[in-house]
Design a protein around this ligand. Structure first.
Ligand code: GLU
Length: 507
């Protein structure tokens, strides 16, 4: 292997929010770079002004930061290879288009949009497809068919033109993809793509290749949708006389159900986000939720995305990987060729796992904020205790409130089914005894209280459920939650007695 430093780039176009498929592309680039002590570059491909969306670049950067996969070089982190926005590199591309003209690998084309449309229509009428390439370029309006003087005259007269790539007429190209292996392509089927537009801007193809070369990119890791451009890109490298980077095209992320690529519509329909962060459409004002706003941990999202199309190989069943472990385990060889189905339930499974790993103290800070929104004032110590009791059942921060509001406010009503089941004629009397035991218990710990209540139950010879069910119902308002004695100890002696009395009155 060469000693050349690994440099990869994530090259989104700022045309809207970053889809989680884009986040996965960025992640795989990041992992590959870090694994090889290389550089991860963010390049903003904003040459298409018509599709430019305000705020998209900021959104992309914020997303990468939230996911903990920051770039080493890019807008705002300028290094030698900058600037990193193509709009700021405009002045560079013309020169390269001219190099291709000079070497005979590109040509001027003067065909107007109307003329090209007409050719397309004529072809369609005959059941054919119009392709601008070797088989008709001599008959179209370009510097291959016109004389040098005519071309000069047109350019001087200010006639609009584009610069097209002159693809080889009849050649078998051997291409290599790090994931898919070897492929062959007949150049006959390629069209002469526009490299430089009449508005003086390069197209994606030219800018992308020139920048990858100038930025010393060693590996291009991108989505499968760019595979059809690979032949042109390889031909461009050859035409410039440059060594091409290695290419790896990542498989698609597929819909949870049915066929095709995962889309925003799937998320809307099934109720899961397809964006890392909330996105507000600047035009319509419509808001799409993100994983961050839905209270997912970035670790869970990253872990889930990493396993969409990659596995560590060796038949491992391991699914939990933090970023460091991912970085160590990641290889392009173990990226799959086929698409992977997106599974929203699996994302929740990862989230549940990372919730269990989170520190109670850290969660307590966030939960306190959430409690404030509910009008509840508490303290961190108590909240951390509640978290420890509930965590096992919790996936999202908001679940702590859903599942444990009774730790903060007494139940206002009681679950009807539970009442029917637990509240009998003599229950109030039974609870009188429980209240007495509670009152007499000096050391109000869960263990101590449990011992006292249980030994009383045993000595009385009454059914366990007969006591414990109404006890729980009085404290919680339903038949759920952790151990009743833990709940009693947490809310305290006075509150326990108060809730038992209230239940006696109300039920
Ligand atoms: N600007 C392209 C995109 O939006 C980049 C494709 C590539 O990585 O070459 O995905």
């Amino acid at each position: 292997m060469s000693t050349e430093k690994v440099r990869v780039r994530f090259a989104p176009s700022p045309t809207g929010p970053l889809h989680i498929g884009g986040v996965r592309t960025a992640l795989f680039n990041y992992l590959f770079a870090k694994k090889h002590d290389g550089d991860f570059i963010l390049r903003v491909e904003d040459t298409d002004q018509a599709r430019y969306v305000e705020g998209a670049e900021k959104y992309i950067i914020e997303s990468l930061n939230w996911c903990n996969i920051p770039f080493d070089e890019g807008p705002g982190k300028e290094k030698d290879a900058g600037p990193y926005r193509q709009s700021e590199r405009k002045y560079i591309y013309r020169e390269y288009a001219e190099k291709l003209l000079a070497s005979g690998n590109a040509y001027y084309a003067f065909d107007t949009t109307e003329e090209l449309d007409k050719h397309r229509e004529d072809h369609e009428a005959k059941g054919k497809t119009f392709i601008y390439n070797w088989h008709n370029r001599q008959k179209l309006k370009n510097s291959l068919s016109l004389s040098e003087a005519e071309v000069k005259q047109k350019i001087e007269a200010g006639e609009p033109y584009v610069i097209r790539f002159k693809s080889p007429e009849d050649e078998t190209l051997h291409l290599k993809d790090e994931i898919r292996g070897e492929m062959t392509i007949e150049t006959k089927i390629l069209d002469d793509k526009v490299l430089f537009k009449s508005d003086g801007m390069p197209t994606y193809h030219l800018a992308n290749i020139v920048d990858d070369h100038l930025m010393k990119i060693t590996h291009v890791i991108r989505g499968e949708e760019w595979l059809p451009s690979l032949a042109l890109h390889v031909l461009l490298y050859r035409a410039f006389g440059w060594t091409a980077p290695k290419f790896a095209h990542l498989p698609l992320i597929l819909k949870p159900q049915g066929k095709g690529k995962l889309s925003k519509r799937d998320g809307d329909k099934m109720g899961f986000p397809v964006f890392p962060l909330e996105w507000k459409d600047p035009k319509s004002g419509a808001i799409s939720t993100g994983y961050r706003e839905e209270d997912y941990f970035p670790e869970a999202v990253i872990n889930m995305l990493a396993l969409l199309g990659w596995n560590a190989g060796g038949g491992t069943e391991k699914e939990i990987y933090n970023l460091k472990e991912l970085t160590e385990a990641f290889t392009l060889e173990h990226v799959s060729k086929g698409g992977s189905k997106f599974d929203p339930e699996k994302t929740k499974w990862f989230q549940h796992h990372y919730m269990q790993q989170a520190e109670d103290q850290e969660l307590a800070g966030d939960f306190l904020e959430l409690l404030k929104e509910q009008g509840v004032n508490s303290n961190k110590e108590y909240v951390a205790k509640v978290i420890a009791l509930l965590k096992e059942r919790v996936t999202f921060l908001s679940d702590f409130w859903e599942l444990g509001s009774y730790f903060f406010t007494a139940p206002e009503n009681y679950d009807e089914k539970a009442v029917k089941k637990a509240w009998k004629e003599d229950t109030s009397e039974v609870l009188d005894s429980v209240i007495s035991i509670v009152e007499e218990t000096e050391d109000f710990s869960a263990g101590n209280l449990q011992e006292k209540v249980k030994s009383w139950i045993t000595s009385e010879g009454i059914g366990f459920g007969k006591v414990m069910q109404p006890f729980r119902l009085s404290l919680v308002g339903a038949m759920q939650g952790p151990d009743v004695f833990d709940i009693a100890a947490a809310i305290g002696k006075d509150e326990t007695i108060a809730r038992l009395r209230t239940a006696q009155e109300k039920l």
